[in-house]
Write a protein that binds this ligand. Structure first.
Ligand SMILES: CC(C)(COP(=O)(O)OP(=O)(O)OC[C@H]1O[C@@H](n2cnc3c(N)ncnc32)[C@H](O)[C@@H]1OP(=O)(O)O)[C@@H](O)C(=O)NCCC(=O)NCCS
Length: 244
């Protein structure tokens, strides 16, 4: 089970980090990818996050779109997929940075077909600059734990056989992988839910929501401060002009 002391420490670290003004180094395109913190704030996403999910997926290049969807999804196809996300039936998880950009998104889709009600399919993407930090693996773990807690017995992953990082994640988690030429199917049998898994998920979600709220407040704070500094600069300039 997740250690509550670690959760509190992680929240304090987040708060301390948010007191730094945002810099170019926060841009996932320019940042040297640091290792992920021990506890990654993975939160469940509702329909109000739809446009940010679209931004995340539309930012993926052709190769990543091919790996994520199994075909080269064009912008309109991605938009259609995002518009069709059913937040009531499925679960979507995400990891935000301090600029409130989604670094990673996972979709856990529950099977609809009769006889497969206890199965769920997992799909994930991480922006290139944030890869190798363990976000993909953490999202997989979180989805597996959530599936167990929802009574799902098997998590299913469809990946292209060339997708070495994804296949590594599922193998590390103990999934059975069957390769069929250029495509691979992975199956992970899930344990029953326990008090431990329910408590852990509840605490992790609470931590992620707190982390997100702090990021929202910090973003507002730095934007107001930026506007005040701009007003001050303009006033000084105007003063200088009228004095000369
Ligand atoms: C697949 C993907 C989600 C992985 O995300 P990530 O955050 O970089 O993954 P992680 O850091 O958690 O772990 C990747 C694992 O693969 C390993 N890995 C990375 N590149 C690898 C490579 N070229 N060959 C073999 N293993 C590799 C890492 O070492 C790590 O394993 P480890 O924990 O045993 O060290 C990301 O690459 C991605 O978004 N790809 C495009 C979309 C996609 O393929 N989605 C999956 C379809 S379901």
């Amino acid at each position: 089970m997740v250690n509550p002391i670690r959760l509190i420490k992680a929240s304090i670290d987040t708060g301390r980090d948010l007191l730094r003004p945002p810099t170019a180094g926060d841009n996932p395109d320019t940042a040297d990818a640091p290792r992920a913190p021990v506890l990654v704030p993975i939160r469940s996403l509702g329909a109000n996050h739809r446009s940010r999910i679209a931004d995340h997926l539309l930012s993926l290049d052709d190769n990543d779109r091919y790996l994520r969807f199994g075909y080269l999804a064009h912008d309109a196809q991605i938009q259609k997929y995002v518009d069709g996300l059913d937040f009531e039936r499925d679960d979507i998880f995400g990891i935000y940075n301090r600029k409130l950009e989604l670094l990673a998104v996972a979709h856990l889709a529950y099977a609809k077909a009769h006889g497969y009600e206890k199965c769920a399919e997992f799909g994930v993407s991480v922006v290139p600059a944030a890869r190798g930090r363990g976000y993909g693996a953490r999202l997989f773990e979180r989805a597996a734990m959530h599936s167990s807690n929802e009574g799902v017995r098997m998590m299913f992953i469809h990946a292209l056989s060339e997708n070495a990082p994804m296949l590594k994640i599922v193998r590390n988690a103990g999934a059975h992988v069957e390769r069929d030429g250029s495509e691979s199917e992975a199956y992970l049998m899930l344990p029953d839910a326990s008090l431990d898994s329910r408590m852990t998920e509840m605490l992790e979600e609470r931590y992620a929501q707190t982390d997100y709220n702090l990021k929202v407040q910090a973003k507002q704070f730095w934007s107001v401060l930026g506007e005040l500094q701009e007003i001050r600069r303009n006033a000084i300039e105007a003063q200088k002009r009228s004095a000369s």
